[in-house]
Each structure stands twice: as structure tokens, then as C-alpha cells.
Design a protein around this ligand. Sequence first.
Ligand code: PEP
Ligand code: MG
Length: 760
Amino acid sequence: MTKVPDILWLEEIRKEDIASVGGKGASLGEMASIGLPIPHAFVVTSQAFRRFLTESGLENSIFDEIGAVNVEDSAALREVSEKVKRSVMNAAMPQSIRDEITTAYKRFTGVGIYVAVRSSATAEDLPDASFAGQQETFLNVSGIENVLHAVQECWASLYNGRAIYYRAKQGFDHHSVNIAVVVQQLITSEKSGVMFTSHPVTGESFTIIEASWGLGEAVVSGSVSPDNYVWNNESEMLVGRRITKKLIEIVRDGVNGTKMLDVSLERQEQEVLSEDEISRLATYGHVTEEHYGVPQDMEWSIVGDEFYVLQSRPITTIKVSDEKRGLQEMEVKEEKVIVQGIGASPGLVSGPVVRVHDVTEIDKVKVGDIMVTTMTNPDMVPAMRKTAGIVTDEGGITCHAAIVSRELGTPAVVGTRNGTEILTEGQIITIDGEKGLVYDGVIERVLKQETSGPQSVLAKADIITATAVKVNVSMPEAAMRAASTGADGVGLLRIEHLIIGLNKTPGWYIQNHKEDEFVEELMGGIKTVLDAFPGKPVWVRTLDAPTDEFRNMQGGHDEPHEHNPMLGWRGIRRDLETPDQFGLQIETFKRLWALGYDNLGIMFPMVSHPDQFIRAKQLFTEAGVDVNAVDLGIMVEIPASALMIQEFIDAGIAFASFGTNDLIQYTIAVDRNNEHVTSMYWPKHPAVLKLIKDTIAVCRENNVEVSICGQAGSDPDMVKWLVETGIMSVSANIDAVEKIRHAVARTEQRIILDSARRMY
Ligand code: PEP
Ligand code: MG
């Protein structure tokens, strides 16, 4: 076997060299080999790192310690991580490696002595490990001593707490995970950004480019709302362009640093890219996607006339669908409505009917079918992931089928009453999930929409609103889709979908002494959402599953039979009576806080008296949580809690959020899931509005954040009223975030204009 050198230049590297140069290094080498303009770089190989471990003697000491630590014990994990990192930093780098890095670094002179030093772990950046990118990057490093120091910091970062935790969970062996370090000429970008070579959510053939001034960190970190361009890969034309107000840019600063500058007034609303530049970037994207055979997420920059590609990796969020199979060949029919219901999840789609009578039949469902059933329940979620559309007899806008299909982005019509009677197995139908209509056959609008280009790609946040616009999430798999809306955080993460997905009740885990397994599952799901919203608030709601939804799960036979589960043993009242089950949730949150997720807030559902909040808080305290350091809030879903909001504030809630789905049904006594009373379910009933208005007023007086996460928060008209009434944040469904952001912005501007007019 030939000996791998300590240093490899990009020109010497191919994608197969991942073991020596890590994911990042291999990808840069491969990109350079296909002619993409990559800034000069060399890689300090993983063999060099290995030699450092051996020659310094660290190899004999650190792995035992890492292997022995219980990664669930966050204090112990932190301690071992700090100790090992210190050992790595304090050990001397072998002289020959120092010399090679020094010689290589000197070769940069003439093209710029500033470099970026980035770690390139051998398990990181692999398609199924893309969350692992926890290691270090140092920008703007200059001077050989600083470069050597940064290389060593990158080596040490292989042992930060999250990396150790991640590897343990993924089953990677600490001994065999190496780290390489990329040292790359730093480009003093005048313009930079990111590019998706296919639509990051739907996979459609559009290149999406985001661009802003200065270094790319401004776009990548989300500190600026970038210009957004949509390029149709097939027609090779610019089909969408949104120019934003770019208030800041990140530039190099001194040695080793970067700083944020205000963008000059005349450049703030100036278009960053010309059409020629967009076309050239799209070409680079196309070449890269062709080469790798999968859509890419790339970083690029431009200095004068020079283009650079800085990074490329596979997009991991695309949901590959073949829902459109064969539709083009089918006969197009006149629009004839055959079934009507409630539009529960927007979208227009055609496909063959598959009738599902109960959970035993879900395997019949194939990708692209339209599932027709009496009512979905949590057991049917695997089939709901495959269907192109859903039609149910029962349910309203906030039923299970509606919530899940909105989250999956699957069109749905619910509450048709007779869908299962009228629609026959195999019949081709079209459903309109916006209007709540089902048509016979394929209608022309479906085929048209498939070639008209996505509007949704323009949905990223580029409007700043004073009222935060957040998003609701129920299934961790929807986290990236939810984050791609640019929402200001998650106003409601329902964990019962996650728990029901485990198919075992929390009680089952306790009876079988598998508490830790439960905590890990729950933690993993919540963490996926937290990772998708770094630095933004994520309010996780404690368990709120009605007993009937638990009954089909393992351990569910113990669930009490209730005459009316909606008014039954659920939400906080159940948790307070089963402190062992509540304790598992608290343990999960505790571990997440200990991992540094201080953006995690907790929200209690179905609270009707401040004593329940006080008791819940006490259980957190008894479990060792510093309740003054975290945000604990309540859902306002029961009129009692709206009427007693002052007492809740006195009890110390950090926030209150209207769960209007329940607040409406409990205020006017209309079952939210009963299609026979759907027409009576009245979100703007004066009594509901009065409860909301009075609650907002009290919260504002006391400076407590007041929000909404019920379905009414996805209705632009209702949101207009809420903003006028003083709501501080709104949390909408994924599909509604953009229109709600517009409604909020328009209402806020109207309020400002009206008050300005009153002043003059
Ligand atoms: C609500 O009641 O408005 C709410 C958001 O909770 P759920 O729909 O889960 O009952
Ligand atoms: Mg509710």
C-alpha cells in the first residue's frame, strides 16, 4: 500500500479519497477535477492526524475515556470532551507535519495569504449523516502560527460533546473516525450565496439561487434576507426574482476575524446578480448535479469577474415522488364535481382511488394513489406518506387527517360524508384540497399546474414583521420543510404524533422498564426540529393525546373507555395524575437543555386552572430543572384559562398561546371533528373573539408573550384581526406561513400608516 502523504493538494484528490481527506476535502477535489472554479486548497490528511495521535501518545489515552462515558449523562460527557480537547490542543504537532503545512501555506503567497481552515470529518457530509456538521471552521486566518493553531483546533473539535454523542448514537466507532483539515485560500467575496440545483422540497427542475453582498456566511447563517432567483433548468430562463432589502454584510476583519457592516443605502435594494451571472451559476450547478447524479446544495462567491464554487453536497430534503406517473397519457375530462367536503390541505392532484376500510388495509396503498377512508387515525400515517391525496367521510379542518396531510404537503378533502360510498376502487379522480372538491377523472388544471413552475419557491422570509410569524410542526420529518418557510420559530410542536408513531404507549415503556428507550426516541424527534431552527424559539407541547388515539397501540388496552375523549383524560390533567409518564417528558427536555438547546420552550395543553401550571412547574423543579432559566407557558384552549389569565400570569407563565381548535369547540359547544356540525363551528363567534381580545389585553399589560397556534392562526382574515388586537406572535401551518406573513405585514403597515395620518 502506498503511504498517503500528510498534505494533498486539491488537484491530487478524487471523491474516493474520503478516508484520507474527509467529505469536504474529497468533494472539493472531485469538483476541481470536473473543471469547477474552486479556490486553491490543500488538505492536511487524516493520516497526518493519525500520526499526530500516535506520536504524541494520545492514541493510548483518549479512546478509553471516550468509550467509557455514558453519553446520556451530559455533565460527564462535557467533562470528558473538555479533557480530551485540552489534551489534543496541548500536545505538540510532529515537526514534519508542521514543516509540510508551513511549506504548503507559503505556496499561497501571491494569491492571498488569508485562508479558511475547515475540519473535514470522514463520517461527516455523508448523505445520511448530514446533521453531523458540528466541527469547526476558522475564517480569515493569516500567519503560519495561526494556521497551525487552527488545524489543531479542528482536530480537537472531533471530540466536542455533540460529535461524541452523535457518533455514539449513529454507531460510529470513535477509533475509526478520523478528521482531515482543509486549508483554503479565502475569497474576499463581493457577492456570495447558496444555490440548490433542484427545488429543495419538491425536487422540481428549478435552480434556486440566494445571493447577498460580502462573505457567504451572511446567507448561510441567516443574518440577512438574500435576493432569491428561480431559474428554470429546462427552458434555461429566469422565471422568478425577488429583490430584498439587504441590511448587513459580513466582511473580513483584521487577523482571524470577520465583522458585520451596514450595507450602504444605495446597495441595500440593488439587485445582487445580473441575468448573465445567474445563468453562469446555474450552469455550474447543472454540471455538478450531472456529475454526481443527485441534486446539490452549493455555496458560491464572485469577486469582480471571477466565479468560485466553495462547497457542494447532496440535498437531503427532497421527497422523490412519482405521483405524476402516467397522468399525461390519460384522457382529460370536463370538470365535474362528484363529491364535496372541506378543503383541509391545499393542492390539486389526480390519481386512482384506493379504499381503506381500516388499518389492516393500509398496505394496499401505493405511491400516487388517492386514499379514501372514513377517517384516518395515527396507525394510517405510513400509508398517508405514500398517497398523492386523501379523502375522508368524517372530520373537520382540525382533524387528524387534516393536520397530518398539511404537514406532509398532501392535498386533502375531509368531511365529505359520502366519499367512501360514491368513489369506487381504481376510479381516477382529481381532488382540490383548497376548495374541498373531488372531480371525476383527470382535469386539465392538474396538467397545467405541472408545467407552470412553483410559486412556493419564493416563499422564503424576506419580509420583516414586528409580529413573529412561526410555524406548527407535528412530525419531525416535516422539520426541514417547515424551516424552509423562513418562519421565526416553531409556535407548536405536537409530540403526540411522534409518540403515537412509536406504536407503544408511554405506559408500556414504563411497565417494560424501557424508560430510557422512550426518552431517547422522544429526544431524537424533538432534536431534529431544534436542529432545523437554530437560535429560534421552539415551543414543544407536552403530551396531549386523547385516550382513543392511544387504544390501538401496544399498551393501549389499559386506556380507559371514555364517553367523550375530547373532554376526557388528556393534556396536563392526565400528566399530573401520571407523574411517572410526565417525568419521562421532563427528563427528555432536561437532556436537551443540557445539550445547549436553550431555544427550547415548553407549553402545557388543556390547562384550566393556575394550580395545574404551578404543580407542573413544581414537578420540573423536583426533577432538577431551574424553572427560572427556561420558558414554561400554557395553551389557552379552555375558556377557564382565558378568563383566569391574570392568575396564570401571577403564577409565572412565560407565554400563552391560543389553541383555538379547542377554544372554539369548548366555548360554543361544537365538536371540532363532527362533520354534522361543521357549519356551526364558528372561529369568529363573538364570544370566542371576546375571550381572545381580553386575554391579549391582560398579557400585553403584563408584558407576557401572547400567541396563537390553532388553525385560526392560518387564516389571513383572522390574523389581520389578531394583529390589530395586539397579538405578539402567530404560528401557522407550513403551507400557510407565507400568506400569513403577508397578512401580518400588510396589517402592521396599515396600522403605522393610520397612526401617522392621525398625527398630521
Ligand atoms: C388547538 O387546540 O388549537 C391546538 C393547537 O391543539 P390541538 O389541535 O392539537 O388540539
Ligand atoms: Mg388543542
